[in-house]
Design a protein around this ligand. Structure first.
Ligand code: CP
Ligand code: NVA
Length: 363
């Protein structure tokens, strides 16, 4: 059997592959829609159109190898795997031998010998690379020190679903609708501001949004430790994304002309000892109406955050206000993770010629 395709960062995927994952997410969301309806509304025409989403995980198990806490990613993976007809097996760091009595290499081979995919949330990115090196089945990054690719798929799906909220460039431009065919609404090129720490979530944005035609404006504190690590910047340059990224230290400058303003926690999991210094360094970085008004954001700007959120990063007025897309964004973790499980874990080994169906160069 051929080697599986792993998914460690969106930098490894082409634009058509990213769009394919988004379309699949949207289709799975639609196919699963009857389950989302309130009790009693599944009647008449709706009942006749009841469909199952792809059952590509039937009789298959995805190991959730999580060495860090999670709400969204875990719930999305567990509920998504069951909708695809399979099972997610949660293996927290307290449950298994990994990291105490057993190496990453041996764990990858053993877990991959019994499960059909590994969804791994790790500390250092090298751990998920090591898993991928030795796993006989696909490994998907559920968050590492460097990247958080499934989060950015959910962010993109959310932006496409809310494309109508962004004033079109041409007054007569309308979201594309094709009868009977599920198409993502066309999204005009956006200016996306990120105000906060250069961490895993931002890194996958940097290698993805510019390739989809969006401009990025980023503000991080002056200390070079808040800039993207060289390994990330190398991928930004390799993918020719650098020219679409403005980077400075002033959050007000960063939100200039922004259609979307995004932030993340200032203290990522594992950085708790640096909390006091970080709160000091991020003074003035809280996303507020005032910051965006003074900075000259597009008056219709929208707010996004991967969650979990703390008040220091964004105040309640913005977070719970009409600009906020944070909860649809969280819901979309499920459909995008389902698409990843479906295409990369469920279907990768189904071709009769032994080639993975989901191939890097065959989309
Ligand atoms: N956004 C995100 O990854 O959330 P969790 O840490 O709760 O999975
Ligand atoms: N940057 C955050 C993302 C959490 C989803 C962290 O790594 O903790």
């Amino acid at each position: 059997m051929s080697r599986p395709l792993h998914f460690l960062t969106l930098a490894d995927f082409s634009v058509p592959q990213i769009k394919r994952l988004l379309t699949q997410s949207s289709q799975l969301k639609r196919a699963s829609e009857p389950w989302l309806l309130p009790q009693g509304t599944l009647a008449g025409k709706r009942a006749n159109s009841l469909r199952l989403p792809s059952q590509s995980l039937f009789n298959k198990t995805v190991a959730l190898l999580f060495s860090k806490r999670s709400t969204r990613t875990r719930v999305a993976a567990e509920t998504g795997a069951s909708l695809l007809g399979g099972r997610a097996l949660f293996l927290g760091s307290e449950d298994i031998q990994l990291g105490v009595n057993e190496s990453v290499r041996d764990s990858a081979r053993v877990i991959g010998g019994m499960c059909q995919g590994i969804f791994a949330r790790v500390g250092d990115h090298s751990e998920v690379e090591e898993l991928a090196k030795y796993s006989p089945v696909p490994v998907v990054n559920a968050l590492s020190s460097l990247w958080h690719p499934t989060q950015i798929l959910a962010d993109l799906l959310t932006l496409h679903e809310h494309a109508h909220l962004f004033s079109p460039l041409k007054p007569d431009a309308k979201p594309e609708k094709k009868k009977g065919v599920l198409e993502l609404s066309e999204l005009r090129p956006l200016t996306i501001a990120y105000v906060g720490d250069s961490a895993n979530v931002l890194h996958d944005m940097l290698v993805t949004f510019p390739r989809l035609g969006h401009q990025m404006r980023v503000a991080t504190p002056a200390d070079p430790k808040y800039r993207a690590p060289q390994a990330v910047w190398d991928r930004v340059v390799e993918l020719d994304c650098e020219k679409s990224i403005w980077w400075g230290e002033d959050p007000k400058e960063a939100v200039k002309g922004a259609d979307v303003v995004i932030t993340d926690t200032w203290i990522s999991m594992g950085q708790e000892a640096e909390a006091a210094q970080r709160y000091k360094d991020f003074e003035g970085y809280q996303v507020t109406e005032e910051l965006c008004r003074e900075g000259g954001a597009n008056p219709d700007w929208k707010f996004m955050h991967c969650l979990p959120r703390k008040k220091n990063e964004v105040d309640d007025e913005v977070f719970y206000g009409p600009r906020s897309l944070v909860f649809p964004e969280a819901d979309n973790r499920k459909w995008t993770i389902m698409a990843v499980f479906d295409l990369i874990i469920g279907k990768w080994d189904l071709e009769a010629d032994g080639q993975p169906r989901w191939q890097k160069d065959k989309l």
